[in-house]
Ligand binder design. Structure first.
Ligand SMILES: NC(=O)c1ccc[n+]([C@@H]2O[C@H](COP(=O)([O-])OP(=O)(O)OC[C@H]3O[C@@H](n4cnc5c(N)ncnc54)[C@H](OP(=O)(O)O)[C@@H]3O)[C@@H](O)[C@H]2O)c1
Length: 272
């Protein structure tokens, strides 16, 4: 699996999303994914599944150094002492000494960005997370974090898929060499029913979902974290990496409506 190098970590370009996976079903899905070759797991304190993911990691034979684990602090816990408590709880549930990437999950209207990043950087300096980053940050917030605070963020995790334009945000992130981790890369499963993608897939003996994933992964600086609970879908998503889209395919995908947002961070200034 190809990795993106960012702020000292190697981020596998395809990861497993785990939102809405819980308990034994979550553990089974993560065990299946690790067996199939996934080496990047995406979780969050808010998902309530870190213990199940920790159990799956413990049961697997994957060496810790070969595995990338991202977790996130929820936006009610962005005061320095609350970040520390949330972080400790996440590590304990995951059964790990260290995570690879710790993200601010969602901006809060009352957050104190310098204090937040001072705390996150301390966690990095202490070696308890290998890197830090953000999710759902718009360009205005990114500018503060990157240009004023100069925090070494390893990614911005945002919604991105064939049906949502992220050109402006991508331009900013590319200029700063910050990867975009695409969440809802399958538009929460909607891409599977799109006729254009289905037709492209037919041409390549692939599914619409595989076409949507490969379109993302053909872009520099983009990582995708599709959630799939079933082994067949997990394998299909890995196999999407082998697909070769051509210019006609890209043209047809470019013509799809690009305003289909599944998740609205709905914070502060205009999103982009
Ligand atoms: N930072 C944030 O604020 C944020 C927000 C949203 C999501 N995320 C992260 O991003 C991950 C992905 O987003 P998401 O789960 O919302 O949506 P998604 O990955 O776009 O879509 C998941 C849906 O697609 C289905 N699916 C998976 N592989 C498929 C395939 N090959 N063919 C057809 N259908 C397929 C899944 O089915 P099954 O359920 O049956 O497997 C599920 O219904 C989350 O799990 C989470 O880790 C982060």
């Amino acid at each position: 699996m190809e990795n993106l190098q960012t702020q000292g970590i190697a981020l596998p370009r395809l990861g497993l999303g785990t939102f809405r996976l819980q308990g034994d079903a979550c553990r089974a899905a993560v065990e299946s994914a690790l067996t199939l070759g996934y080496r990047h797991l995406d979780t969050a304190e808010m998902y309530g599944n870190e213990a199940a993911i920790g159990a799956a990691i413990a049961a697997s034979r994957v060496p810790r150094n070969d595995l990338h684990v991202t977790t996130k602090v929820w936006n009610e816990n962005l005061a320095p002492d609350a970040i520390r408590r949330a972080f400790d709880a996440s590590l304990k549930k995951l059964g790990l000494d260290q995570v690879d990437l710790y993200l601010v999950h969602w901006p809060a209207s009352n957050m104190n960005l310098p204090a937040m990043f001072e705390t996150l950087l301390k966690l990095k300096q202490e070696g308890r997370t290998r890197a830090i980053g953000v999710a759902n940050f718009n360009i205005a917030l990114l500018k503060t974090v990157v240009e004023d605070i100069k925090a070494p963020i390893a990614c911005n995790q945002v919604e991105y898929h064939v049906m949502l334009d992220q050109t402006k945000l991508r331009q900013y992130l590319t200029a700063k060499s910050i990867p975009l981790v695409a969440y809802c890369p399958l538009a929460q499963g909607r891409v599977a029913f799109d006729e254009t993608l289905t037709a492209i897939g037919r041409k390549h003996d692939a599914s619409a979902a595989q076409v949507a994933l490969k379109w993302l992964l053909d872009q520099d600086g983009v990582v995708a974290i599709p959630k799939a609970s079933r082994a067949e879908s997990q394998k299909a998503n890995l196999d999407a990496l082998k697909l070769r889209l051509d210019d006609d395919d890209r043209k047809a995908i470019a013509a799809l409506p690009k305003d289909k947002r599944c998740v609205n961070p709905g914070f502060g200034p205009a999103w982009d």
